[in-house]
Design a protein around this ligand. Structure first.
Ligand code: CP3
Length: 342
């Protein structure tokens, strides 16, 4: 690995280069990705190590990025637990047997990790031989995975997940424990296979109040973090969206770095979590559809604001959107590189 800037910033070392990567950087805005997807379904790509590795490396061949993220999804590890799902064209993921009652939780199993997602572990070792930047492994966090398993429609409101958690506290606890077990094993296996960083995606956590977060989420995040840290000192980043009211509750869990979406200023987050926590973010993915001069100004504004954080990692505030113009991605990276030189 010749470019370690992401790892250096995560371990609070000075770097003149600002590490820059994009969530969902391997995705549908890339014609070479679409070419692969025109021949293979989403689950086929994830489950075929050669294809997953190929797609992981695609954005690095095009852009000057400081990290790769292994190609998989947060939901496919649920299949081995007993959840039936597929990715429907134009709609996204669909779960065919959502959890509707406490007994449905009892049926879920935690399968041996190799058996469940061995293909991703194989893809990780393949990618490692091809890249000179750190490789990010990831998992969904328990709340967001529960949201998908419990909601029949979109998990945006959190209504079904809260209804279940509050009416069936024992089943909720059991579901969280099974997910924690799966997630910790999955993260550790990815690290053993070669992942240099673990990012936990908690995309739906923003529907919770701080008190709900403390009761329903926080204890389980602590279990996962200590599980990972008991076997490896790999940096663990926690990402959420719409969760600017939760940062003081998140702060003392002890994650190595935190992801920030665009609804809040990075410097405001730093004033809550302190300037000792590396922060990743936070360009609005929709801004990549703006005129390039407006985009450039916004990237510069974020970089300026992030001088409050000695260990800023440049990223979007959420995943890159389909149809994002390639020229916009190039503009963002060029703007970050130009800022470093000033
Ligand atoms: O970032 C990367 O490049 C690595 C791969 C990755 C994917 N999904 C591939 C994917 C990662 C890290 C994810 C995480 C993920 N998946 C999250 C957390 C981050 C977020 O965006 O909130 C969530 C909530 C999911 C669940 C999911 N998977 C949804 C809601 C969708 C449909 C919406 C969409 O963006 O298409 C997916 C499908 C999915 N996962 C695609 C990709 C590239 C698109 C599949 C396709 O090719 O059609």
């Amino acid at each position: 690995m010749t470019n370690r800037t992401l790892l250096e910033r995560m371990s609070k070392k000075k770097t003149s280069r600002i590490p820059c990567w994009f969530m969902r950087q391997a995705g549908r805005y890339l014609p070479e990705y679409q070419e692969v997807r025109s021949k293979h379904g989403m689950l086929d790509v994830i489950r075929t190590p050669e294809l997953a590795a190929k797609v992981t490396v695609q954005p690095l061949k095009r852009f000057d990025l400081d990290a790769a993220i292994i190609f998989a999804d947060i939901l496919n590890p649920l299949i081995g637990m007993g959840i039936e799902l597929d990715y429907i064209k134009g709609e996204g993921p669909k779960i065919f047997n959502p959890i509707l009652k406490p007994e449905d939780v009892q049926k879920l199993v935690v399968p041996p990790v190799e058996e469940n997602i061995g293909y991703t572990l194989e893809a990780i070792s393949k990618v490692k031989g091809e890249i000179s930047v750190p490789l990010i492994g990831f998992s969904g966090a328990p709340f967001t995975l529960s949201s998908y398993m419990l909601e029949e429609g979109s998990p945006a409101t959190g209504k079904s997940v809260k209804e279940f958690a509050l009416n069936h506290p024992d089943a909720w606890k059991s579901l969280q424990e099974k997910l924690c077990d799966m997630i910790a094993q999955y993260a550790i296996a990815q690290v053993k296979a070669g992942a240099d960083v673990i990012q936990l995606f908690d995309s739906w956590v923003g529907c919770l109040s701080p008190a709900e977060f403390d009761a329903l989420v926080k204890p389980y995040l602590k279990v996962i973090l200590s599980g990972i840290k008991s076997v490896s000192n790999v940096p663990v980043l926690y990402f959420g969206t719409g969760h600017c009211g939760l940062f003081s509750a998140i702060r003392d869990i002890g994650f190595d770095a935190l992801g920030v979406d665009w609804r809040v200023q990075m410097s405001d987050v730093a004033s809550v979590v302190g300037d000792q926590v590396p922060l990743q973010g936070n360009l609005d993915p929709a801004l990549l559809f703006a005129p390039l001069d407006i985009l450039e100004n916004e990237v510069n504004r974020i970089l300026e604001d992030a001088t409050a954080i000695p260990w800023h990692i440049f990223n979007l505030g959420h995943g890159i959107l389909p149809k994002t113009p390639i020229a916009a991605v190039e503009k963002v990276i060029a703007t970050v590189r130009a800022y470093e030189k000033n």
